[in-house]
Ligand binder design. Structure first.
Ligand code: NAP
Length: 259
């Protein structure tokens, strides 16, 4: 299927690895030029080079912390005209509900709520003026069903979800859609680090921790960044103009819900 976004320009935040990388790859495959971002310059440069070679699109890289105002300023300065924004950043650390202090909440809100909102505010007005735009926020399955040890994530991401629910309906008339993708467990470094925590706490191997988690997922495996990226690219496509303010669970059926 031609996604109709050849020549569009996409900012994909936190995209040297994992789910962000999957989104960058899929958008490039559809012919979109990219601005890619991550903190580590080396992995970012390597990912960008692979994408340029594989898909022949223009790729600009900005090594910066997207959760800081200064980092966002540097990314935005390199952007030029942006048609597609994929918001992403690392997730907050796990812990217990009584352990977190104000600073921990502020850091989680900065990373997983206020950073994406700042980028929406910076880029959507121009998309509206040009009559076309797509925003996809990578959130988490924890928005639909809380994950107890990820209380900081539960809190920050539902805040973003509330903002998107209202905002998406205010900008849709100008041809701009905003939607959220809610990953369940996917095979990335983040999953390895979460499984590593379980392995340590329970005195089992990483493989055993992963096997136990896979057994709880109806498809009996982790998702892949490629599958995730394909869903993102579709939401960014010409075909998705009637999809507004939605939350899509990509979790292999793991969240036990009727609707
Ligand atoms: P990942 O494999 O650890 O990759 C994270 C990517 O983001 C890397 O490219 C990393 O590069 C970049 N990054 C992290 N913090 C950044 C920052 N402050 N500024 C700019 N770039 C940053 O993680 P992932 O699994 O793709 O997860 C992506 C998001 O989805 C996270 O918020 C995670 O919590 C959420 N999520 C993931 C899963 C899952 O199963 N994988 C499930 C639910 C939710 P640098 O380190 O070089 O910056």
């Amino acid at each position: 299927m031609d996604l109709g976004i050849r020549g569009k320009r996409a900012l994909v935040c936190a995209s040297s690895k994992g789910l962000g990388r999957g989104c960058a790859e899929a958008l490039a495959e559809a012919g979109a030029d990219l601005v890619m971002n991550a903190r580590g310059a080396e992995a970012l440069g390597a990912a960008a080079e692979k994408i340029r070679t594989a898909h022949g699109v223009d790729v600009t890289t900005v090594a910066a912390d997207i959760t800081s105002a200064d980092g966002r300023e540097r990314v935005l300065a390199a952007c030029g005209k942006i048609d597609i924004l994929v918001n992403n950043a690392g997730g907050p650390p796990p812990g217990m509900w009584h352990d977190w202090e104000r600073e921990d909440f502020i850091a989680a809100l900065d990373a997983n709520m206020l950073a994406p909102i700042a980028l929406i505010k910076a880029l959507v007005p121009d998309m509206m003026e040009r009559g076309w735009g797509r925003v996809v926020n990578i959130t988490s399955q924890s928005v639909r069903a809380p994950i107890a040890v990820l209380g900081l994530s539960n809190a920050a991401r539902t805040g973003l979800t509330g903002y998107v629910a209202g905002t998406s309906r205010q900008v849709a008339a100008a041809g701009v859609t905003i939607n959220n993708l809610l990953p369940g467990i996917h095979a990335t470094d983040r999953a390895d680090s979460l499984d590593g925590g379980v392995a340590k706490a329970e005195g089992i191997s990483l493989e055993e921790a992963r096997a136990r988690r896979e057994a709880t997922i109806p498809v009996r495996r982790y998702g892949t960044p490629q599958e995730f990226g394909a869903a993102c690219a579709f939401l960014c496509s010409q075909h998705a103009g009637f999809i507004v303010g939605q939350n899509f669970l990509l979790d292999g059926g793991a969240t036990n819900l009727t609707v």
